[in-house]
Design a protein around this ligand. Sequence first.
Ligand code: DGL
Length: 286
Amino acid sequence: MAGASLSAAALRASAEPTILVFDSGLGGLTVLDAVRRARPDARYVYVGDDAAFPYGRLGEAALVARVLTVMERLVATHRPDLVVIACNTASTLVLPALRQRFTTPFVGVVPPIKPAAAATRSRLVSLLATPGTVARSYTHDLIATYAGACAVTLVGSQNLAGFAEAELAGAPVDDAALAAEIAPCFVTDPDGRRTDVICLACTHYPLLLPRLEALAPWPVIWIDPAPAIARRVVQLIGALPRDADRHGFALGAFTAGTCLTTPLRDALAARGINEVAIEAVPLPLQ
Ligand code: DGL
């Protein structure tokens, strides 16, 4: 998790803060859930930049430009007290530019290498992420800093984020397709040691966790960074006030809205998104 710059005291002063949770699509909902459990009174704006999904296939310069463009609009419209970039693919790249451009504090989601290194016994750890996150120098630096004693297998999945979107939209892919995406995470070495920890380094993947657990060739610890992100948000905006209303409002906004089928709208409502809107930010013409 990457920190934020504004003083915690200044943020705690604002009652019922507005928290904007941002991702390329639906994956950030896994982070929204965790943050909302900690501060159910806050006003939430969940934004999926589905016009540009998947971020994992965008080049670095294009991704920085895209996130800055969309965030410009979102910060002006919603005036959030805090923004969570609930996307590893973006956070491992764009946070310095966001912090330079805006005074709003940003909390990022980055691969949970440190807890993975603490949890492993076999010292064989796998990092499951988008091709973008796997390629980032930020990710390689995290591994060098926190997991020097481990053999870390980097698995860049082309399809898993899309499969998670399909799952939530009520069109799940079959087991064989999911099993093929996670198979490279399961490694054995000549001494008979096996991978025992897998970092879920894309916020989409916890949407599939029950199925991933069922399809794993052997049991492993799956590390989802969302609870740690919620703790960081609470550090910055404070814990739930005693007298708080526990039913804060949540708006879901999408930059294209093409993903908004009826089953997906139902799934969003079931996850406590009270209203859904389209805030169109088309991709620039190529
Ligand atoms: N949910 C995003 C992440 O955490 C990325 C998915 C994508 O757009 O490729 O990396």
